[in-house]
Design a protein around this ligand. Structure first.
Ligand SMILES: NC(=O)c1ccc[n+]([C@@H]2O[C@H](COP(=O)([O-])OP(=O)(O)OC[C@H]3O[C@@H](n4cnc5c(N)ncnc54)[C@H](O)[C@@H]3O)[C@@H](O)[C@H]2O)c1
Length: 332
């Protein structure tokens, strides 16, 4: 596609979900790479809005960044995409556990309807590429590991159903309208700014504060953890590399680990013992995730570079810095 990735003038990118964990990291990397970024987010209350605002701290003063507080479910999306070369669509309602029962409406709206509105606007605006943040949750309990993209898709949670529906919307806009979409199936992303509902975040917070960690299930669940910098790099590559419209790729860290082993890793990185309280397994949680990244290597030249212990060390450092600044604020 020939969009410059080094030095201005770069591309004009729209990042949805720019106040979130991965979206804010991606927006920072894009701005640092010389690109103009419009960050869109409606700061949903899924977790503390103060944390989302602080994710934007480094960006709001950057010359290449503009923030728009807008909800993709009902805003003028075409207006947002004016002049955009690439849209990175990371906005969404994440997490498995709240997607049951009455929670489903939010998931359908933020994940399916918002994506359809965005794709329609991207089609009308002749956007060159739409990169969609899909999820390993589309596989459910996969038939084999490492799971390749052509494995059967049988989500195990309502969240996974909405992520898969939006992925199908991306491929059907590619097939019917030639819109150049790429869906990236992220596998459990971790690192600085990780969402507070995610296991790694809760684990490190528990270790550093000396609180017990509520473990869901027997600890034998396996997750393929992917460091956020690796995810941001893959996402940028997906925005600029020539790949077939409608491509779907796994983005996985290659570090499949049981929760029991993860608890030990985190305790040793924090140099603190961890008290674990076993609680019932949660409906919607799969037993195991593990993604093949052969296709991402072939099409994007991407492979994960950060191993689990280095990544955990980076996230622990982030938690420590945040705790220290919270203490300073409280004692000021
Ligand atoms: N974190 C992971 O491990 C993971 C794994 C697989 C897929 N994903 C997907 O990646 C994306 C980013 O995840 P995250 O962990 O950074 O989550 P996050 O909650 O930190 O970020 C999502 C952001 O989207 C915003 N948003 C939600 N609905 C919106 C709407 N209608 N209009 C505008 N903004 C809206 C939220 O306010 C939030 O800031 C999500 O789509 C998620 O489903 C994440």
């Amino acid at each position: 596609m020939g969009l410059a990735m080094n030095g201005r003038p770069g591309m004009r990118a729209v990042v949805t979900g720019a106040a979130g964990f991965i979206g804010s990291t991606l927006a920072e990397r894009l701005v640092a790479g010389g690109h103009d970024v419009v960050g869109v987010d409606c700061l949903t209350p899924y977790y503390d809005v103060v944390a989302k605002r602080s994710n934007l701290d480094g960006l709001l003063d950057s010359a290449g960044f503009t923030f728009v507080d807008a909800d993709l479910r009902d805003c003028d999306v075409e207006g947002l995409l004016e002049g955009a070369d690439v849209v990175f669509h990371l906005a969404g309602q994440p997490g498995v556990r709240l997607s049951w029962a009455d929670g489903f409406g939010d998931y359908a709206g933020h994940n399916i309807l918002a994506t359809q509105r965005l794709l329609e606007a991207a089609k009308r605006r002749w956007v060159k590429r739409v990169v969609y943040a899909s999820s390993s949750s589309v596989y459910g309990n996969a038939p084999s590991y490492p799971t390749a993209e052509n494995a059967s898709l049988r989500p195990h949670s309502p969240y996974g159903v909405t992520k898969l529906a939006a992925e199908h919307l991306c491929t059907l806009y590619a097939d019917n309208w030639g819109l150049s979409t790429v869906s990236l199936r992220y596998f459990t992303v971790y690192g600085p700014r990780q969402r507070p509902d995610m296991a790694m975040h809760r684990l490190i917070a528990a270790a550093l504060s000396g609180q017990p960690f509520p473990l869901f299930g027997n600890g034998q669940q396996v997750r393929d953890f992917t460091f956020v910098d690796d995810v941001a790099r893959a996402t940028m590559l997906a925005g600029t590399t020539d790949v077939p419209a409608g491509s779907v790729l796994n983005i996985a860290g290659g570090s499949s680990t049981t929760m029991v082993d993860l608890i030990q890793e985190v305790a040793s990185a924090c140099e603190r013992p961890l008290e674990v309280r076993v609680t019932p397994a949660q409906p919607g949680d799969v037993e195991r995730t593990g993604g093949s990244t052969a296709l991402a290597l072939e099409l994007l030249g991407w492979r994960p570079l950060t191993d689990l212990s280095a990544g955990i060390a980076r996230q622990v450092e982030w938690h420590r810095t945040r705790m220290a600044s919270d203490t300073l604020i409280r004692t000021a």
